[in-house]
Design a protein around this ligand. Structure first.
Ligand code: SF4
Length: 557
C-alpha cells in the first residue's frame, strides 16, 4: 500500500508523504482518512440536493464537521476510530439519500436518477477494514492521474481550508452556536470536490467564497467563546510551576478546560495550559478558577521533550498530538476527536459533559511537582474588545509618529528548520513598531520583553489561531479610523503555516482583499505553479526570505 498526503507544511521532502507521515500517520490511517473524506463528499452531494428540496439534517451537518476535523494533521491516528466514522458516514449518506429521493419524487413527480450523480454519492460500504483500505487506492489525492494539476491544486486548497473551518465550526457548535451559511457551504464545497464540470475559474471563485464564509464561522466562534467565557482581558500568565498534583491541558477546546476546572475545583489539583490553550487565561470565566495556575511549556512540536518525566497528567483536547513516548503513555489522555491507539480516551456523554475521573485520579497518583519554580510571565488577552477600547490611544500614537508600523506575526509553529526566522523577525522589529500575534508560532518570541510605546505593549497577543478574527476586526477598525483600506494601513502580515487551520485563515484574508502577505517557512506543496501565479498576481503573496531584509523592504514602502 502506498499513501499520499501533502496537506501540511512538514510533508516529506516538501512534496508528499508516501510511506509514512512525517507526523506519524501510518499508511493504514492515511487510507482510511481518504475513504472518510470520500464518504463525506457523498454526503455533500446529497446535502446540496437536500438544501434545494428544503430538507435540513442536523446530524449530517454535525457529522461533516467532525469527520473533516478528524482528518486535520495531528488529530486522529487511530484506524479503528476512523473506520467507525466511515461506517457512520455511510449510514448518514444513505439516510439523507432516502430523504432526498422521497422529497424529490414528491416535488418532481419522478424518481431521482442516482446514476447521474458522482460516484461518491453511490459509494457502497465494504464489509471489512481491509476492503476499505483497498478502496482508498482509487479515491486519494493522486487517484486520477489525468486530472489537470491546477484543478487538483484548487480542490485541495478548498478541501484543506474546509477542514480548518470544520474545526472552528465544531468548537462553536459545542458551545451552541452555528450558522446556516456555514453549514450549507460544507455541503456545497464537498460536492464541488466531486464535480468534474467545475473549471479552474469556478474553483477559484469557490475558494474566495469559502474565505468569506469562514469569516462568518470565525465570527460565530468568537461569539460562542465570549458569550460563554467573557471577553478576554490583559492577563499576565506565569510559566513556572507550583507544588502539588497537576494536569496540563493542551489544544484549543476552551469548554474542555472549563469543565475540567469545574470538576477539579477544591480537589488540590493544579491546572496548567499548554500550547494553544495559553489564551484561556485571559477569559474572565476561566481565569476566575484559582487553580488555573499557569502555562506549561511551549508549542506542540516540543511535547515529547516537555511531557517526558513529568509528574503530571496531560489532556489533549484537539490537535496537535504527537506519538506519545512510552514514558508518558499511561498519563496522557485524549478527548473529543483526538485519538491515539493505546491512549485512554475521555468520552463525551449524552448531556455534553465528560467524566474526568481517571485523569484526576492519575494526577493525584503522580503527586505532581514538589517545589515552586518561578519563571517568566507572558501577557495575553489582547483580543478585539480590549484593543478597540484603547483604539483612540493607538490612533493618537500613530498620528504622533510614536508608532510607525504594525506587524502581525502569526500562525503555527512547527518542527522543521527555518522557523527561527519568526524569532529573528520579532527581535528585529524596530522599537517604534508594534507586533500583533496569534496562534502557537508566538512561542518563538513571547517570552521576550518587548516593552511598550506610550503605554501600549509592543507585543499584543490576540489569542489562538481562530482569533485571527480579532486581528481582522482590529485591522478593519483601524482602517475605518484612518479612512483608508486595510492594505493602506501601516500594517504587514508575516505568517507561518503548518496545518489546515492556517490554510482556512489565509484564504479568508485573501478573500478580504488583503495583499502583500509574507508566508513561510515554505509554500504549500499542494499549490501548483499556476495557482501560485494567480496568488502572486492578485494578492502579491510572497515567501519569507531573511528577517532583516524583509523588515527593511516592508518599511521602505
Ligand atoms: S499530515 Fe503532513 S506529515 Fe502527516 S502525512 Fe500528511 S503531509 Fe505528511
Amino acid at each position: 500500500m502506498s499513501m499520499f498526503c501533502r496537506q501540511c507544511e512538514q510533508t516529506a521532502q516538501g512534496k508528499g508523504c508516501t510511506v509514512k507521515g512525517v507526523c506519524g500517520k501510518t499508511d493504514e490511517t492515511a487510507a482510511l482518512q481518504d475513504t472518510l473524506l470520500y464518504a463525506l463528499k457523498g454526503i455533500g452531494v446529497y446535502g446540496v440536493l437536500a438544501q434545494k428540496l428544503g430538507i435540513k439534517d442536523a446530524l449530517a451537518e454535525r457529522f461533516i464537521m467532525e469527520g473533516l476535523f478528524t482528518t486535520i494533521t495531528n488529530v486522529n491516528f487511530y484506524p479503528e476510530k476512523i473506520e467507525e466514522l466511515i461506517r457512520n458516514a455511510f449510514e448518514i449518506k444513505e439516510r439523507l439519500k432516502k430523504k432526498v429521493a422521497q422529497q424529490y419524487l414528491k416535488q418532481n413527480k419522478k424518481e431521482l436518477d442516482a446514476k447521474e450523480l458522482p460516484a461518491c454519492a453511490n459509494w457502497v460500504l465494504p464489509a471489512t477494514k481491509a476492503e476499505l483500505i483497498e478502496q482508498a487506492k482509487n479515491i486519494g489525492v493522486l487517484s486520477n492521474p489525468g486530472l489537470n494539476e491546477d484543478i487538483r491544486s484548487l480542490r485541495e486548497l478548498l478541501l484543506y481550508g474546509l477542514k480548518g473551518m470544520a474545526a472552528y465550526a465544531d468548537h462553536a457548535l459545542i458551545l451552541g452556536k452555528e450558522d446556516r451559511q456555514v453549514n450549507e457551504f460544507f455541503y456545497k464545497a464537498l460536492a464541488a470536490q466531486a464535480d468534474a464540470e467545475l473549471t479552474a475559474d469556478d474553483l477559484t471563485a469557490l475558494v474566495m467564497e469559502f474565505g468569506k464564509v469562514n469569516l462568518k464561522c470565525l465570527e460565530i466562534l468568537d461569539k460562542a467563546h465570549t458569550e460563554k467565557f467573557g471577553n478576554p482581558i490583559p492577563t499576565k500568565v506565569g510559566t513556572g510551576i507550583k507544588p502539588g498534583p497537576a494536569i496540563i491541558v493542551s489544544g484549543h477546546d476552551l469548554l474542555d478546560l472549563y469543565q475540567l476546572l469545574g470538576k477539579t475545583q477544591g480537589q488540590g489539583v493544579n491546572i496548567y495550559t499548554h500550547g494553544e490553550m495559553l489564551p484561556a487565561h485571559g477569559y474572565p470565566e476561566l481565569k476566575k478558577f484559582k487553580h488555573l495556575v499557569g502555562h506549561f511549556g511551549t508549542a506542540w512540536q516540543n511535547q515529547q521533550k516537555e511531557f517526558d518525566n513529568l509528574p503530571a497528567a496531560v489532556l489533549m483536547t484537539t490537535n496537535c498530538i504527537q506519538k506519545p513516548k512510552d514514558s508518558y503513555l499511561d498519563r496522557i489522555f485524549t478527548t473529543g476527536l483526538v485519538a491515539w491507539p493505546g491512549v485512554f480516551h475521555i468520552q463525551t456523554e449524552k448531556d455534553g459533559n465528560k467524566d474526568f475521573g481517571k485523569i484526576i485520579a492519575k494526577a493525584k497518583e503522580l503527586n505532581g511537582f514538589k517545589a515552586e519554580k518561578k519563571d517568566k510571565e507572558i501577557q495575553v488577552g489582547f483580543a478585539h474588545k480590549t484593543v478597540l477600547q484603547v483604539a483612540d490611544k493607538v490612533i493618537d500614537a500613530v498620528k504622533a509618529k510614536k508608532i510607525r508600523h504594525f506587524f502581525l506575526i502569526g500562525g503555527c509553529d512547527g518542527a522543521k528548520p527555518g522557523r527561527n526566522y519568526y524569532t529573528d523577525f520579532a527581535q528585529k522589529v524596530p522599537q517604534d513598531c508594534v507586533i500583533l500575534t496569534l496562534a502557537c508560532g508566538k512561542f518563538r518570541f513571547n517570552r521576550i520583553d518587548f516593552g511598550d510605546i506610550a503605554g501600549i505593549p509592543r507585543l499584543l497577543d490576540c489569542g489562538q489561531c481562530n482569533d485571527a478574527y480579532s486581528a481582522i476586526i482590529i485591522a478593519s477598525a483601524l482602517a475605518k479610523a484612518f479612512n483608508c483600506g486595510v492594505n493602506d494601513l501601516p500594517l504587514s502580515l508575516v505568517l507561518s503555516w503548518y496545518e489546515q487551520k492556517a490554510v482556512c485563515i489565509l484564504i479568508t484574508l485573501l478573500s478580504l482583499g488583503i495583499k502583500n502577505i509574507k508566508i513561510g517557512p515554505t509554500l504549500p506543496a499542494f499549490i501548483s505553479a499556476n495557482v501560485l501565479k494567480i496568488l502572486v498576481e492578485k494578492f502579491n503573496i510572497q515567501p519569507i526570505t531573511d528577517a532583516e531584509k524583509d523588515i527593511k523592504e516592508i518599511l521602505k514602502n
